[in-house]
Ligand binder design. Structure first.
Ligand code: NAP
Ligand code: GLV
Ligand code: GLV
Length: 320
């Protein structure tokens, strides 16, 4: 029987799968703070963490018995994987099961920002609609426009595939060329993508390389009529630079699901009409959150059987 700390209550399917083990669940409505995590993880074998938990050196080294960190997310930038690997702690994530759900939300954002859906909804509720008018709420077209995907991974490809239905011209940039992507999209440099795309959508993980990937200079390269969509990680965009670009009309709009300093939102961005904001809900469908929970439990159970868990992100631990 393993001792497990779960930093928030996951869907019941996962709890059921782990019921033979000693499960300590943090039951708060908001994420536990660092001191709480350190206190609860102290005597545990396994930590089931969320992307809202910073699993840094202090947390990792707070428990001499810790052997595994199972993250309930595909992104694992919240974990100091290098430090975990040093301690031979196995780290897992939840790839694949959320891909289509995040791609759907990305498209919801593309459509919302271009066709001013959120602004229009507010306008209706405020009783401002006085009837059809030739120049009322003119937005941008999507059909046959150019979509630029940054990061040709699972989600980037799923977003590109949906663009075929809109007969878009699809271009992409990634560190490596991707065969599957090139059936429908053309590989370009990052600068070319920034200059040519009408819609730019970010699908990279947060790493040292992608921190502020989109900053002042990149925004300046974009078309004045272009839209920026981010369902990756907030820190991939310099939010202050984005605010300036939106305010000064350097780009047409932005739609964001993720923020530089979650859960805080840039106070200036909130004031703008040409921004759509959602609360980090990319994977938030009932079906997908359940599949992610089952995947976390499968990773844990597989690890406890002495196998290499299916979604291990630091295989180096097994090669030592
Ligand atoms: P993935 O399959 O690993 O795709 C990410 C792609 O980014 C990789 O294929 C990689 O391809 C590319 N990449 C990495 N570093 C890059 C760089 N420096 N420049 C350009 N491209 C780079 O991951 P995924 O499952 O699609 O998920 C992507 C990210 O979405 C996650 O890491 C997470 O942060 C975010 N996410 C957000 C939500 C949400 O709720 N909003 C939900 C799920 C995921 P190359 O090797 O070719 O560079
Ligand atoms: C969500 O943001 C994830 O990385 O799964
Ligand atoms: C608009 O409703 C139209 O009929 O063109």
């Amino acid at each position: 029987m393993a001792k497990i700390f779960m930093s928030r209550r996951l869907p019941s399917e996962a709890i059921k799968m782990l019921e033979k083990h000693e499960l300590d669940i943090y039951e708060g409505d908001s994420p536990p703070d660092k001191q709480e995590i350190i206190k609860r993880v102290k005597d545990k074998d396994i930590l089931i963490s969320l992307l809202t938990d910073a699993i840094d050196k202090d947390v990792i080294n707070a428990s001499p018995s810790l052997k595994m960190i199972a993250n309930y997310a595909v992104g694992y930038d919240n974990i100091d994987v290098k430090e975990a690997t040093k301690r031979n702690i196995v780290v897992t994530n939840t790839p694949g099961v959320l891909t289509e759900t995040v791609a759907d939300l990305t498209w919801a954002l593309i459509l919302s920002i271009a066709r001013r859906i959120v602004e229009g909804d507010k306008f209706m509720r405020q009783g401002k609609f006085k009837g059809w008018a030739p120049l009322l709420m003119l937005g941008g077209d999507i059909y046959k426009k150019t979509l630029g995907i940054i990061g040709a991974g699972r989600i980037g490809k799923a977003v590109a595939k949906r663009a075929e239905g809109f007969r878009m011209n699809i271009i992409y940039y990634s560190r490596h060329r991707n065969e599957e992507m090139e059936r429908i999209a053309k590989y370009v440099s990052l600068n070319d993508l920034l200059k040519k795309a009408d819609f730019i959508s970010l699908h990279v993980p947060l790493t040292n390389e992608t921190y502020h990937l989109i900053g002042r200079n990149e925004l300046k390269m974009m078309k004045k009529t272009a839209y920026l969509i981010n369902t990756a990680r907030g820190k991939c965009i310099d939010e202050d630079a984005l605010y300036e670009a939106l305010k000064n009309g350097e780009i047409a709009g932005a739609a964001l699901d993720v923020y530089e300093n979650e859960p805080n939102v840039n106070k200036n961005l909130i004031k703008l009409d040409n921004v759509v904001l959602t609360p980090h809900i990319g994977s938030a469908s009932l079906e997908t959150r359940t599949k992610m929970a089952v995947m976390v439990a499968e990773n844990v159970l597989s690890f406890l059987k002495g196998e290499i868990p299916p979604n291990c992100v630091n295989l180096e631990v097994y090669k030592k």
